[in-house]
Design a protein around this ligand. Structure first.
Ligand SMILES: Nc1nc2c(c(=O)[nH]1)N[C@H]1C(S)=C(S)[C@@H](COP(=O)(O)OP(=O)(O)OC[C@H]3O[C@@H](n4cnc5c(=O)[nH]c(N)nc54)[C@H](O)[C@@H]3O)O[C@H]1N2
Ligand SMILES: Nc1nc2c(c(=O)[nH]1)N[C@H]1C(S)=C(S)[C@@H](COP(=O)(O)OP(=O)(O)OC[C@H]3O[C@@H](n4cnc5c(=O)[nH]c(N)nc54)[C@H](O)[C@@H]3O)O[C@H]1N2
Ligand code: SF4
Ligand SMILES: [Mo]
Length: 764
């Protein structure tokens, strides 16, 4: 301890001990909303534990939660704006960064028009309250139609399907399994034991899944015997991309055997006869070969669901990011509705969030197809165009070509289809600004990177996720420690950029906040507000003391179903009340609310939307066409979150998980021995990956996780670089998509698999 006075050292240690505290919040790394107890000493995060008193998660966490600490302390995480220069990256001030970003974006807009600036929002945006609430003002300031979103990678079919059937904007009308009460859960194309659930917010998926199997029956339909399948009562392999046919066969059996009952949806549906007609050709015997599931099994599953006291059919990525994503998600909800399981306890239900985002959203109906993307002609969906179109929009010359990009917390060069093309697209932009805190495969191409604080430094509320939760809860996430004064929070960064883009650079973020608040407040006070006498003035006076995202959440909580109605319902929820309950507020199990959900033009649930039914012809064609030999699917891992947690040592240590899983049968046929490496080639790319022979894989299917491939020389992620893995999206094809929604196919990519090097020729 040379140069350090021992007594001074001890005093410092004592002071640090004295500042030791535990902060309660929600984990920001997936949709499960686990409660954390984060121990902090001074400015150091000491430990991250599960909050045993959280009423929803009851202490459960997964290994990623510890990432909160490692991410916060990662020295390679950016703390200041960075500018790329010929000599390398240089730190610049926030002021300079804002000025340069605004002037370069405005120059692009001036020269080429609004749509020349594209925006791509990534997955972590959902977990950043400031980003959720202040993105709209940034987008409005830009006035561009070139809007891409990672939700347009993973959720578009669901957005289209629920939008067309229920007439509402996402995520306000997504029926989620009432998992804690259901007697029968059919999981098709989801692996919640590892992903911890998506569009089904629930901590401790393994416990909840096991409980279903014990209480009743858990059936998993998946081309891989997944971790969820291991907890299930029954698992069936299915050939990738054939789920729509399987689900329509279930519907077929329900009609054929007169098992259709509508339950709560009775009198509330339109198009039942059309569904019966469509399902006619999908007899189990007609789809069995295509799906790889016997007709008897399909019939039995249909009968079991119909007979169960309650049942829920739940599909996720395997039914979305595939060739017939919209038809498959439609099939799931048809099964739910036609067995009387919509809106009944134990079936699928609509969560009733304490702070409803739709209280402040425009109340218009769901809309899509008002315009189409310039190059591929893909329909817009609620203002977004499918993410698979971003590279062609950047690379194809002509009016409306995207010349500048803003990325909001996303790494498309690793997370979206056809990386080689994206790499090219992102490297030739006239201007590219990334809101991100790493120099990674995508942001290395940026001209400027604006790093918002680490999740530990931000407070928050899982506004969108509580619309998807299997139980109604409300919890405020406390910042573990405040961001340093010279490091603006996300809402301030978005506001500052928006102000400059509107030519109002004199406006402070606080002044922009007044505008943003005003827009949300106006939404709240329109015709559907439960308190007709409530005024803007009253709200503002009673919300005094809060600015930024917290004020908006407080407003939504107070007008929400459990709220205090700004004093009209004493004892009701306020943000202060939610904050005071450090571990979270439990608002009970889901309750029926179908009547208030449906907002279609006909006032009924549209069972057979024309756009969806029109896609059946394509499925019919696929069923008649020859089979592709090998199909590539994805795989998630407990210690990953897409591409962005690979720089955290505890999450990448151990054996290489980025392997190509292949069945023993295929490995033998191809001549791959365990431990060998295989060359995998698709229409758009080729890579070499170590194989893992596993009879968990259906023959004809290989599986590779995504988000890896940290092999670019000029990133600043040394841990990730030391564990590079290979990039699955070098193989996925931007031109393969689900026509009804425009979603790129990430699962079910036709590939050739061969030994890395052809066997050396013998003789001579
Ligand atoms: N082949 C294949 N591809 C897939 C999938 C698949 O299953 N298979 N899954 C798809 C799915 S479902 C999704 S959602 C997408 C996700 O893809 P992306 O939306 O690109 O998400 P990530 O890869 O996690 O990248 C997140 C980026 O945000 C940054 N970041 C993370 N947290 C924060 C934060 O708090 N603040 C700031 N400022 N930056 C942050 C990270 O540095 C990183 O650059 O990937 C898709 N890609
Ligand atoms: N640990 C971890 N958790 C995560 C993430 C992560 O990267 N890591 N990412 C988060 C994100 S962004 C999302 S969107 C969610 C996704 O949540 P999930 O959808 O639950 O996650 P996946 O693991 O992609 O599960 C898809 C399943 O579908 C199967 N499958 C593939 N193709 C088909 C098919 O054609 N038909 C059928 N029936 N099944 C098929 C796969 O084998 C896999 O088991 O996970 C979230 N949680
Ligand atoms: S399951 Fe893991 S990553 Fe997801 S919220 Fe819980 S602790 Fe965080
Ligand atoms: Mo996702």
């Amino acid at each position: 301890m040379a140069g350090c006075d021992p007594s001074e050292f001890e005093a410092k240690e004592r002071a640090r001990e004295g500042s030791r505290r535990v902060v309660h919040r929600v984990c920001p790394f997936c949709e499960a909303t686990c409660g954390l107890a984060v121990e902090v000493r001074g400015d150091e995060i000491v430990s991250v534990r599960g909050d045993a008193e959280d009423p929803f998660s009851k202490g459960f966490i997964c290994p990623k939660a510890h990432g909160l600490k490692e991410l916060h302390h990662d020295r390679e995480r950016l703390r200041r704006p960075m500018r790329r220069t010929p000599g390398g990256w240089e730190e610049i001030s926030w002021d300079e960064a804002y000025r340069e970003v605004a002037s370069r974006l405005l120059a692009v807009r001036e020269r080429y028009g609004n749509d020349a600036i594209g925006v791509y929002s990534g997955n972590p945006v959902v977990h950043d309250l400031g980003a959720v609430l202040y993105r709209p003002v940034l987008l409005r300031a830009l006035g561009t139609r070139s809007l891409f979103n990672s939700a347009a990678i993973d959720t578009l079919p669901k957005i289209v399907q629920t939008g067309l059937m229920f007439g509402r904007q996402f995520p306000t009308a997504v029926p989620v399994p009432d998992i804690d009460r259901t007697q029968y859960l059919l999981v098709i194309g989801a692996n919640p034991a590892v992903s911890h659930g998506s569009l089904m917010t629930m901590p401790d998926a393994p416990r909840r899944l096991k409980a279903v199997a014990k209480r009743g029956k858990l059936v998993v339909i998946d081309p891989r015997r997944s971790e969820t399948a291991r907890l299930a009562s029954e698992h069936q392999f299915i050939r990738p991309g054939t789920d729509a046919a399987f689900l329509l066969a279930l519907v077929h059996v329900l009609f054929e055997e007169h098992r259709v009952t509508l339950g709560a949806a009775e009198g509330l549906v339109h198009g039942l006869e059309r569904v019966e007609q469509v399902a006619k050709e999908f007899a189990p015997e007609a789809v069995s070969d295509f799906c790889g599931i016997s007709a008897e099994v399909i019939r039995r599953i249909a009968r079991e669901i119909a007979a169960a006291e309650s049942a829920a059919c739940y599909g996720r990525l395997g039914t979305c990011v595939q060739e017939f994503g919209t038809l498959a998600t439609w099939g799931c909800d048809l099964v739910n509705i036609l067995t009387g399981n919509l809106d009944r306890p134990g079936g699928v239900m609509f969560p009733g969030p304490a702070a409803p985002v739709d209280a402040a959203l425009p109340k218009g109906p769901f809309q899509m197809g008002r315009w189409h993307s310039r190059v591929g002609g893909q329909p817009e969906v609620e203002g977004q165009i499918p993410s698979s179109t971003q590279a062609e929009e950047m690379l194809t010359p002509g009016e409306g070509q995207v010349r500048a990009m803003i990325t909001l917390m996303t790494n498309p060069v690793r997370s979206a289809a056809n990386s080689a093309q994206l790499e090219q697209a992102y490297s030739q932009l006239e201007f590219f600004v990334a809101i991100d805190f790493y120099v990674n495969e995508t942001t290395r191409h940026a001209h400027i990177i604006l790093p918002t604080p680490s999740p530990a430094e931000l407070s928050g509320y899982e506004l969108p996720l509580y619309h998807l939760s299997v139980r109604n809860v409300a919890k405020w996430s406390n910042a573990v420690m405040p961001a340093a004064p010279d490091r603006p929070e996300t809402w301030q960064v978005f506001s500052a950029l928006a102000a400059r883009l509107m030519g109002l650079s004199h406006l402070t973020p606080e002044a922009v906040d007044e505008l943003v608040f005003g827009v949300f407040a106006k939404g709240v006070l329109d015709g559907t507000c439960p308190y007709p006498d409530l005024t803007l003035e009253e709200m503002k006076s009673k919300l005094e003391g809060e600015i930024g995202p917290a004020r908006i959440v407080d407003m939504l909580l107070r007008v929400g179903r459990h709220g205090d109605g700004f004093g009209r319902r004493p004892g009701g929820l306020t943000l202060a009340g939610v904050r005071a309950a450090a571990h979270g507020v439990d608002l009970g199990p889901l309750e029926p609310r179908l009547a208030e959900i449906v907002r279609t033009g006909s006032g009924r649930i549209e069972l057979a939307p024309a756009r969806i039914v029109a896609d059946v012809a394509r499925l019919r064609e696929r069923m008649a066409s020859p089979r592709t030999e090998m199909l590539l699917i994805g795989r998630r891992d407990m210690r990953c979150s897409n591409s962005f947690m690979h720089n955290l040592p505890s999450l990448v240590k151990g054996r290489n998980r980025c392997t190509l899983q292949i069945s023993g049968e295929d490995a033998r046929r191809i001549g791959l021995s365990p431990g060998a490496r295989a060359r995998v080639t698709s229409r758009v790319g080729s890579l070499v990956a170590p194989i893992e022979v596993s009879d968990d894989l259906m023959p004809g299917v290989v599986s590779l996780p995504h988000g890896w491939g940290h092999d670019a020389a000029d990133t600043r992620q040394s841990v990730a670089k030391a564990h590079p893995g290979v990039n699955a999206n070098a193989l996925t094809d931007d031109q393969a998509y689900d026509s009804a929604s425009g979603t790129a196919v990430l699962f079910g990519t036709p590939v050739q698999v061969e030994p890395e090097a052809p066997p050396a020729s013998t003789g001579a």
